[in-house]
Design a binder for this molecule. Structure first.
Ligand SMILES: [Zn+2]
Length: 233
């Protein structure tokens, strides 16, 4: 390919690289990178059609004496159906990175914890660098080691119901489960006059001292005490 970066391309990329800390992610178009070394970026994923943009990033990096590590890149098919199938298949094969024995799909996918670990940079439509929290879902493997998943990966293996169920511990140390009510359930419980008996809440960005995971914000949830649930069982 006979593509040559302009001075602007170089400056722009340089400005991003200088803000990237070790292990920090950078999303650009349909590509995801992570800084893995002093002068190394790893290409984590890209779509099929982002082959050329990725090639251009590689050229720019080379000009800046950086290296692009493409060894473990996951190429996502452009066809949405094929992409979904590929992701589903790969999710089923994930194993615990520590023992390499237990498959993630077979783990206790209900009892997980949501935490913010580090942040991710991206460039918004106006060309400004923005940062957002990187959320991580922690699952405990039978070998005793934690397995960390991104929220998207957790959704893939655990499904919608588990994804919209959030376990947290309040200020008094009481464990709770917040379960999102779908619109029909809300309407039904209002109509039947049952809503007041439910411990139902609208979640904002924080709840009882905990930061609410982004996908739970703005939802209407039933709150259940874990202790009460275990007594029932
Ligand atoms: Zn394990």
């Amino acid at each position: 390919m006979e593509w040559e970066p302009t001075e602007e391309d170089l400056e722009w990329t340089k400005s991003i690289l200088t803000t990237l800390e070790m292990n920090q992610d950078w999303m650009e178009g349909e590509m995801a990178f992570r800084r893995t070394g002093e002068n190394t970026l790893a290409l984590l994923t890209r779509t099929e059609r982002a082959a050329e943009p990725a090639e251009r990033v590689k050229i720019v990096l080379a000009e800046l004496d950086w290296e692009l590590d493409e060894e473990h890149v996951q190429v996502i098919p452009d066809d949405p159906q094929a992409a979904a199938e590929m992701m589903q298949q790969s999710a089923e094969s994930w194993t615990c990175p520590e023992c390499n024995e237990h498959r993630v799909v077979n783990m206790d996918l209900e009892d997980v914890s949501w935490q913010v670990k580090g942040d991710t940079n991206y460039v918004d439509d106006e060309g400004n660098m923005q940062t957002y929290d990187r959320w991580v879902v922690t699952i405990l493997c039978e070998c005793g080691e934690p397995v960390y998943l991104t929220p998207d990966d957790y959704y893939l293996v655990a499904g919608e119901f588990n994804f919209y169920t959030w376990r947290f511990v309040d200020r008094e140390g009481v464990a709770w489960i917040a379960r999102v009510m779908n619109p029909e359930q809300v309407v039904e419980s209002i109509d039947s006059g049952f809503l007041e008996q439910l411990n139902a809440r609208h979640l904002g960005t924080t709840f009882q001292g905990d930061t609410v995971p982004p996908h739970m914000r703005g939802t209407f949830c039933i709150l259940i005490q874990v202790a009460a649930l275990e007594e029932e069982e």
